[in-house]
Design a protein around this ligand. Structure first.
Ligand SMILES: Cc1cc2nc3c(=O)[nH]c(=O)nc-3n(C[C@H](O)[C@H](O)[C@H](O)COP(=O)(O)OP(=O)(O)OC[C@H]3O[C@@H](n4cnc5c(N)ncnc54)[C@H](O)[C@@H]3O)c2cc1C
Ligand SMILES: NC(=O)c1ccc[n+]([C@@H]2O[C@H](COP(=O)([O-])OP(=O)(O)OC[C@H]3O[C@@H](n4cnc5c(N)ncnc54)[C@H](OP(=O)(O)O)[C@@H]3O)[C@@H](O)[C@H]2O)c1
Length: 388
């Protein structure tokens, strides 16, 4: 290998880099129903590199309060030693902080609980839950380990039995919202903090809650790695036009794309569809986007604020309104990108694309679906998704 080749340190999910937070600020204004954060992660000195379109892997940790609640609820000694990663002994408190999921119970835990329950009504109840797949799923969807303890306070666990019944924390991915051309020493994220209340207790998503809890203190505590994308790339040909559909946190990679296109002097036009609940409180990165529009880096910005009127307006409704132009762009070789919610939004955007191919391309419905989902997506690789 030549001496000039710099190899990237292999930071992975099992060997993450410990990063500091450089900035954390809310993107929604007062009165919003949502809590979306702009988080800047400092990677200076790490040797990590990333590309627009990549995601950041985050290995989250449980909040101190929840760890303490679980230890107290199950009468477990925080200092007891249990097997940690690779079998190395660690305190139960550390294992519950960094290795095991506490904010959701798993089927595995319910099965272990069913085996432990003493004969009687509690045992009958937990066996009934464990034996019905649908009831089991509903049961664990809204309960964490503390909720379950309230319903089944009798069982006695050793520290080893307890951790053996838990599932391990898995890293979460976040689409990177910055371009390395503009921010080589930072990774920007757009994080929706998941919070809800069930069984009288407030709960937070494990990773989004963890990210939101971190201050820009300079301490290197956030375990991260870069997850390179295999397919979600900008066109190599800088003269190609791109269409981006990214409501909510789906905006993240498109902020990176816009920065990258500016930095690389791309001559192709950029068209963005963004949406969220209300313009007054949820227009994420409004100032930046309006500046891009004013300076021509964005040729078009179509916004769908779903709750600013009685009926819902979503990004796909605006795509349909502008179907003739969107179809012209596609016919001239534009790339089409979608990012955000997979279950509903991306499915509906796909349907809107098919409708546009019918209405403006004159294709029969089956041929339109084939054009969008096979020709555009698979053969020409011009319809690219980053959905979750
Ligand atoms: C490629 C990729 C890119 C992504 N990019 C982003 C991004 O840019 N920004 C972003 O914010 N996210 C992004 N995500 C999603 C992100 O990875 C996490 O899934 C998300 O932050 C939730 O994780 P969490 O650990 O906070 O929540 P978890 O602790 O995993 O909790 C989620 C679970 O909570 C439960 N739950 C949710 N609501 C309720 C409720 N009302 N009642 C009861 N239970 C409930 C559900 O079981 C749900 O599955 C991306 C995902 C992928 C795969
Ligand atoms: N529990 C909650 O209340 C809550 C709140 C926010 C986010 N979340 C979750 O947090 C995660 C990230 O959220 P996010 O900020 O990225 O955005 P999001 O919640 O997916 O919403 C972004 C925008 O998309 C709209 N939308 C909803 N269904 C749609 C569809 N079928 N087609 C097109 N647009 C649609 C939303 O409208 P409407 O919301 O008006 O329908 C909103 O205007 C998601 O997994 C979401 O489920 C939960």
């Amino acid at each position: 290998m030549s001496e000039s080749v710099i190899t990237q340190p292999a930071y992975t999910r099992s060997h993450p880099y410990l990063a500091a937070i450089a900035e954390s600020r809310p993107l929604n204004s007062a009165g919003s129903a949502k809590d979306t954060r702009h988080i800047v992660v400092d990677i200076e000195g790490s040797g990590m590199i990333y590309h627009a379109g990549d995601s950041l892997g985050v290995c989250p940790r449980n909040p101190k309060d929840l760890v303490a609640e679980v230890l107290a609820a199950y009468s477990l000694d925080p200092a007891a030693l249990v097997a940690g990663d690779g079998g190395v002994p660690v305190s139960l408190e550390k294992a519950l902080t960094t290795i095991y999921t506490l904010n959701r119970a798993s089927k595995k835990f319910i099965k272990a609980l069913a085996e432990k329950a003493a004969p009687g009504s509690a045992r009958d109840r937990i066996h009934q839950i464990a034996s019905d797949e649908k009831e089991l799923e509903d049961y664990i969807f809204t309960r964490d380990l503390v909720d379950i303890r309230t319903e089944f306070p009798e069982t006695v666990w050793t520290p080893d039995e307890f951790v053996a019944s838990l599932t391990k924390i898995l890293p979460r991915l976040y689409s990177i919202a910055s371009s390395p051309a503009q921010h080589p020493q930072q990774v920007h994220l757009t994080v929706a903090v998941l919070s809800y209340e069930t069984h009288g207790r407030k709960k937070e998503g494990l990773a989004s809650g963890y990210l939101a809890s971190l201050d820009p203190s300079g301490e290197k505590t956030l375990p991260i790695f870069v997850q390179s994308t295999r397919h979600f790339h900008l066109p190599q040909d800088l003269s190609k036009n791109i269409i981006m559909v990214g409501p909510g946190t789906g905006i993240a990679p498109f902020r990176a794309f816009l920065q990258e296109r500016k930095a690389t002097g791309a001559t192709g036009k950029n068209w963005l569809f963004f949406g969220d609940q209300r313009a007054a409180t949820d227009f994420l990165y409004r100032d930046e986007l309006e500046q891009y529009l004013a300076h021509g880096s964005l040729a078009s910005l179509d916004t769908a604020f779903s709750r600013d009127q009685e009926h819902k307006i979503y990004v796909q409704h605006l795509m349909l309104q502008r179907g003739a132009e969107l179809w012209r762009w596609l016919q001239k070789g534009a790339y089409f990108y979608v990012c955000g919610d997979a279950k509903r939004m991306a499915r509906d955007v796909n349907q809107a694309l098919i409708e546009i191919a019918v209405q403006h391309g004159g294709l029969a419905p089956e041929a339109a679906a084939d054009y969008i989902n096979t020709t555009l997506a698979k053969t020409e690789k011009r319809y690219l998704k980053d959905v979750y």
